[in-house]
Design a protein around this ligand. Structure first.
Ligand code: 5GP
Ligand code: ZN
Length: 137
């Protein structure tokens, strides 16, 4: 646990939250500033700043939990769609530097936009980018 981390404190139950799921390793809470009704956050109880620090086994667990919660939330809330979002780094929109995964139920006419402006790279650029990533290990 990191002393000055609000999500460590929430995950440990030291700061109250609207918890929708809890086990030994995770707490799932409602986001205070939801994109839509039921917007929740998966918090590991251990502190990892972001996806780069998250251990491999935790990465698998987090996505399994996201799937379980998506099913439950779809049944409970009757949402029409579902976004799973996970931000890393300030430029990517991360504001709390304790790994978390957003579970965002979506509803017809909810007025939210979660997306990006598509680029128009050439085939050469795409091929070069793919090569650079492929050759990294
Ligand atoms: P990020 O932008 O880092 O991906 O997401 C941080 C999220 O945490 C935001 O959606 C924000 O509304 C939420 N948040 C920030 N502080 C608190 C808090 O104290 N309690 C809860 N429940 N959510 C928080
Ligand atoms: Zn933390």
């Amino acid at each position: 646990m990191k002393d000055d981390c609000i999500f460590c404190k929430i995950a440990a139950g030291e700061i109250p939250s609207n918890t929708v799921y809890e086990d030994d390793s995770y707490r799932v809470i409602l986001d205070l500033g939801p994109a839509a009704r039921g917007h929740a956050l998966i918090l590991p109880k251990e502190h990892y700043a972001d996806i780069y620090e998250l251990p491999d086994d935790k990465a698998g667990e987090v996505f399994r939990l996201a799937k379980k919660m998506a099913g439950r939330m779809k049944s409970a809330l009757g949402c029409d769609g579902f976004n799973v979002v996970q931000n890393n780094g300030e430029i990517a929109g991360q504001t709390v530097f304790h790994f978390h995964m957003h579970l965002i139920p979506r509803y017809e006419n909810d007025g939210q936009k979660i997306g990006w402006t598509p680029g128009e790279p050439s085939q050469e650029e795409l091929q070069e980018t793919a090569r650079i990533i492929r050759e990294e290990n």
